[in-house]
Design a protein around this ligand. Sequence first.
Ligand code: ATP
Ligand code: MG
Length: 260
Amino acid sequence: MNIDELTKDGSLEDKLHKQKKLIKDENSRTIFNEVFDKATITAIHELSRKKFFEEIEFIISTGKEGNVFRCNSKNNYYAIKIFKVDTSDFKHMTQYIKGDERFKEVRKEKLEIIKLWTKKEFRNLEDFTKAKIRVPLPIAWNRNCLVMEFIGKNGEAAPRAKEKPFNNPKEKYTLLCEYIAKMLNTKLIHADLSEYNILNNDEELVIIDVGQAVTTMHPNAKEFFQRDVMNMSKYFAKQGVDTSYDKMYQKIKQLTEKLK
Ligand SMILES: Nc1ncnc2c1ncn2[C@@H]1O[C@H](COP(=O)(O)OP(=O)(O)OP(=O)(O)O)[C@@H](O)[C@H]1O
Ligand SMILES: [Mg+2]
């Protein structure tokens, strides 16, 4: 849908009503109502006015806490992640904000927590990118909306490692260990690593969903790190790589020294 058409002239209600009618599919209609409250539309409009993108085209993924859409500009696709303000799990989010010294503000209001969460995912994408860990490039954020590089080929979003395992798991296992070592060297922990948050972009490994990533100073940092290593060692062992929790842990430890 074109953002300008939604907000240009006439009342927003009218425009919204028309847009809703256009969406035939029942599921999409529910998503539309949940995601595009007025303030979110304004936030999207601001981002599009600043020329980060022109159109939101279609939904790539629906989730508990947010939805991801493909959007476009003249020559490019982007992904926009829009967090739900009403139904997100705030307790869960707060756990990863508190204790991260980069985010000292402790908020109680829903909207403020979501804004902080959006900003945190953006900041994490920046920090990971600086550390040369392959994540989508961050483009912009506003309120509960995060614009980032679209990961995919020929306009098709890349599948997750869960659905499309890599052709060469051993090589990707080593690469992931390097990425985790680089994270540790920059004092970051992803904290939700799994085959659901790794995309297989035509055999390029891209880590996504970095909102919950915390610094190594976080009181639960060790537990989060161990969980990441546990998940990933299990996944790669299933793919035939000779690994286990202990082996992966040791490999990451060695790599942290080597990559310093
Ligand atoms: N930059 C991107 N490019 C292409 N697809 C993306 C991008 N970011 C996310 N996706 C798609 O959207 C899905 C959900 O994104 P993400 O994992 O960041 O959100 P989430 O909050 O974990 O959602 P969920 O509750 O579904 O797990 C991903 O599994 C992926 O398919
Ligand atoms: Mg995810």
